[in-house]
Ligand binder design. Structure first.
Ligand code: ARG
Length: 436
């Protein structure tokens, strides 16, 4: 029993112990036998109401939270392992709705042609651990070659490797020569990204294929992009008819749809087609905002990444034309962000981690506050709003009875200073402690 308690403190110890002690320990550590845990701290943030609870006492049984009171109301149960986080504030694990977990901030542009599927998988394993240790307990992966994100998700769920809860898209859909194609090589190499499909029936087939191979959601490229060669950010790529076909096919199969869209026309068409979230949403106008409000479209705006692209991008191989595009998009996107916040559009935290280092995801929170959100709004975007977008708000996104015990802790009060979330000191996911 004592051994089991120790093992829960650290995944590395767990691995070693399993190696040494074999199958008997494995059985003792399975989720069903996780002992009861009592967590105490200075404070806890209820991200839904914005209230701070002083001296909270959270009881975790197995994977879920079973009781939340205070140490004034209740003594620590004798049968629970006590985790004392004195001096710290508890909050739900962060949720990043736009990542590319198999990518690296050090490998961009033509360097990406050298990355094999095996290397991507290895990067994914490493990045998943880094992300979790930074306090991000759930991510959406919006685009990975070879369904490597599906394998990663499964490996994490099977307990093979540590990582956040993954909701994955597999290869993103895109037009021939579009942002989601690969346009780096000349014609004689006949290179084509896996998600390329043109025409309403082809895109339907592609959606079906992605579902067949394990996607949780569908991602498509509605406009050109910054990092792709030869595409224009402002220009729509899929037609409205194609977008409608993608959304119809995905929704009928109960999957959500995320659309990459920078340019105004593409954003509007994606919203009209019924996508669940618009990624980037850089060039908004009043009509786009009105449409988004009408359709309850969620925006996922990666407003931190521009700093990294412009300062470090060249070294990492980002193309000159992409740097030029970024200079325009970055500024405009931040203005659009302010407009969208003012208009009350539902927002999630989507960072595009992989362009910048995995684990630095929470750096975006300060920018979300700088460009118009209250700290609570930024925190809600990074927790409960993500859970809602995933349709998982009964299980994720806040600290409540019956939800998964995805709990993080920081020193100080992030509602005074969201940048404290760049230094997460404690991470529990599904009742297991990964960092303390
Ligand atoms: N993946 C996106 C693209 O290539 C990244 C955009 C990054 N820039 C920004 N300002 N959000 O289009």
């Amino acid at each position: 029993m004592q051994l089991a308690v120790q093992c829960r403190q650290s995944f590395k110890v767990l691995r070693q112990s399993l190696y040494l002690a074999g199958a008997a320990v494995l059985a003792a550590l399975s989720h069903s036998t996780l002992a009861k845990t009592a967590i105490t701290a200075d404070a806890m943030i209820d991200v839904i109401s914005g209230k701070i609870i002083q001296s909270p006492l959270i009881i975790v049984d197995g994977e879920t939270i079973t009781d939340i009171t205070t140490t004034a109301q209740q003594a620590i149960p004798a049968d629970a392992t006590h985790i004392n986080l004195a001096g710290k504030t508890l909050l739900p694990g962060l949720m990043d709705m736009h990542t590319h977990i198999t990518g690296s901030h050090e490998i961009h542009g033509y360097n990406r042609l050298l990355v094999t599927p095996g290397k991507s998988a290895i990067l994914g394993v490493k990045n998943a651990e880094t992300t979790l240790m930074a306090g991000i307990t759930t991510i959406r992966n919006v685009g990975a070659a070879g369904f490597i994100d599906v394998d990663l998700r499964n490996a994490i769920n099977e307990g093979l490797i540590p990582g956040p809860r993954l909701f994955v898209s597999g290869p993103p859909l895109g037009i021939t020569g579009g942002h989601c194609d690969n346009n780096l090589l000349p014609q004689q190499y006949h290179q084509k990204a896996e998600g390329v499909a043109d025409g309403p029936w082809s895109v339907r087939e592609k959606v079906r294929e992605n579902i067949k191979y394990g996607a949780d959601l569908i991602k498509f490229c509605a406009t050109g992009g910054v990092l792709s060669k030869g595409t224009k950010v402002g220009v729509q790529q899929y037609t409205l008819e194609e977008m409608q076909a993608i959304v119809d096919e995905a929704h009928r199969r109960r999957l959500t749809v995320a659309a990459h869209a920078h340019g105004t026309d593409g954003i509007k068409s994606a919203i009209k087609a019924g996508v669940d979230s618009v990624e980037h949403a850089s060039f908004l106008d009043d009509e786009a905002i009105k449409l988004a409000k009408k359709h309850h479209t969620v925006f996922s705006m990666d407003i931190y990444v521009t700093e990294f692209i412009l300062s470090e991008g060249e070294k990492a191989g980002i193309l000159q034309e992409s740097l030029d595009k970024e200079r325009v998009v970055g500024k405009r996107q931040r203005n659009s962000f302010t407009q969208a916040v003012k208009a009350g559009i539902p927002m999630v935290m989507g960072t595009d981690a992989s362009i910048y280092p995995h684990g630095d995801n929470p750096k975006q929170l300060s920018r979300m506050v700088q460009f118009g959100m209250t700290p609570l709004q930024a925190l809600q975007a990074a927790t409960i709003n993500g859970a809602k977008l995933l349709g998982k708000e009964s299980q994720l996104g806040s600290l409540e009875n019956g939800k998964f015990a995805d709990i993080i802790a920081v020193s100080g009060n992030p509602l005074d200073d969201v940048s404290l979330l760049e230094h997460v000191e404690f991470v529990m996911k599904g009742g297991e402690v990964y960092k303390n």
